[in-house]
Structures are given as C-alpha cells and as structure tokens.
Design a protein around this ligand. Structure first.
Ligand code: NAD
Length: 258
C-alpha cells in the first residue's frame, strides 16, 4: 500500500480519485478548503506553507505520490492563485517528501481549456515573471468584460501545462526518478460544471467550444482511473506528458500538431 496526497479531495475529480485509491487499499491524505483531513487554502502563501507543514507531519515525512487536483473555474484572479501558484506550490513543496519513496510519482490536473488562445501578457508573467506581476494582470482581466475575464482559466491552465513540460525532465524531477505529468480533461460532470449541465443554453454553448466526439461529457471516475495509473508504480517512463482525456477535443482542435 502507498501513501497518496490528493488536493481538492472534497469534491469532483479529487473526491472520485481519493475514493478509487482508497478502494485499491492505499492511504490517502486528502486536502481541501473543507471536508478533508487537512484543511488548507491554496490561494494564499500561508495556506500553501500550511499544506506542506501538515502533510509532512501527518505522513511522518514521506509520501509516494502527489496529485494536485484542486482548482477553480471562476473568471477572476483567485483562479490564477489556486490553479497555477497553488498547484506549483503543492508540487514543489511536497517534492522533498517524495524523495523518501522507492517509486515516487506526481501529477497535476490541467484542462483542455489550455488549448484556447491565452492572454499572452498573463501567460508570460506566469511563466517568466513574478507572482505580483501575474496577479496584477489577472486582476486587470477580471475587471474587464466577460470575454477578457474568460481568458483567465485557460491561460492559467496553459501556463501549468508548460510548467509541467519544463520541469519534468530536470534534475528536480526526472533525475530524482519522479515522473511528473498532467492530465487535461474535457468536460467532466462535477460541481464545477453543474451550471453547464443545469442550463440547456450553456450546455450547447460549451458543447460548441469543446468538441468531444468520443462519448461526450463524462463522469469523474474516468479521470480518476487515469490519475491512479499515472501515480502507480506501473508508470515509470512518462515524463512531462499532458494527457488529454477529452473525448477528442485535442485531436479536433490541434489536429496535425504532432
Ligand atoms: P470541483 O469544484 O468539484 O472540485 C475542486 C476542489 O478544489 C473543490 O473541492 C474545492 O474546494 C477545491 N479548491 C478550490 N479552491 C481551493 C483552494 N483555494 N484551496 C484548496 N482547495 C481548493 O471541480 P472538479 O471539476 O473536480 O475540478 C478538479 C480539477 O479538474 C480542477 O483543477 C479543474 O480545473 C480541473 N478540470 C475540471 C474539468 C471539469 O469539466 N470538471 C475539466 C478540466 C479540468
């Protein structure tokens, strides 16, 4: 049995993944804003530090896998704070605990929305600027019209996917024998997407933006099984992959870019 840390464990994909790993007989340390073994707010620097301190204490100083699932999809700056900085802080902060494992694994949850055209200013700030700059740009987009604020989510996820690709082959991850990858789901039935599912107009609008020819929108368990495999001992060679589990959105939207 292995010890897994799952952020966003109280709901949706994180909850489903925690349940699956528990069924498989593993120890899951769940963290979230509420209803979790460790309650920590990933939108703040102090919450991120608290997460690392508490996981270190509760785990006794070693974990086998980190699954950074927590995220927001609101069109505001908090989404950047959680989806990018919270995820990076989770992975970097818990990395020392993975070094104690004989087969450490790490995975983040990006999104097919990373394929949408980003706000270049925010993207550059996230990847090569300071957190202060990026959060200022996110606040500008949040204050703009609906079209501008809607760029926040996809841009934060694109930055996260790029961060994974940059980091995975480096000394910190690959040289330490830690496969670091991401999954990028299409539309999954969770509380995050409930507003889409309960409104026919929103549903057809999203369906037009997110082509999913293979089996359409789906349940979180579909993502959970992939996350469980990516963080299992069986996955020893995937490095920096962004795995689109999206019913074909990536294949349709990016077609020949392989
Ligand atoms: P969800 O809202 O059901 O679960 C997200 C969890 O993250 C919640 O329990 C929430 O409390 C937690 N969280 C939010 N802000 C936090 C914070 N500041 N600190 C700690 N925890 C926080 O949503 P979900 O659909 O399960 O989303 C999980 C991940 O999957 C997210 O990263 C999301 O962007 C991504 N994703 C979801 C879909 C989808 O269609 N549902 C598609 C692509 C990607």
């Amino acid at each position: 049995s292995r010890t897994y840390v799952v952020t966003g464990a109280a709901s949706g994909i994180g909850k489903s993944t925690s349940e699956l790993l528990t069924e498989q007989g593993h120890r899951v340390i769940g963290t979230d804003l509420r209803d979790a073994e460790i309650v920590a707010d990933l939108s703040t620097a102090s919450g991120r530090e608290q997460l690392v301190e508490e996981v270190t204490r509760v785990s006794g100083g070693g974990v086998d896998a980190v699954l950074a699932v927590a995220g927001l999809a609101t069109p505001n700056a908090a989404t950047v704070a959680v989806n990018f900085y919270g995820t990076v802080a989770t992975l970097e902060g818990l990395r020392p605990l993975l070094l104690r494992s004989p087969s450490p694994r790490a995975v983040a949850v990006s999104s097919m929305a990373a394929l949408f055209p980003p706000d270049e200013t925010l993207l550059n700030a996230l990847l090569d600027g300071s957190e202060t700059e990026a959060m200022a740009r996110a606040a500008e987009l949040e204050a703009g019209d609906a079209q501008r604020s809607s760029l926040i989510y996809g841009t934060a996820k694109r930055a996260l996917s790029r961060w994974i690709r940059r980091q995975a082959p480096t000394a910190e991850w690959a040289d330490a024998s830690i496969p670091l990858n991401a999954v990028a789901p299409g539309v999954v039935y969770t509380p995050m997407t409930a507003y889409i599912m309960s409104d026919a107009a929103a549903r057809s609008q999203v369906a037009a933006m997110v082509p999913m020819p293979l089996n359409g929108f789906f349940e979180p368990r579909g993502v959970a099984t992939l996350l469980a495999w990516l963080t299992s001992e069986d996955n020893a060679h995937l490095c920096g992959q962004i795995i689109y589990i999206d019913g074909g959105s990536d294949a349709v939207l990016r077609g020949d870019t392989v």
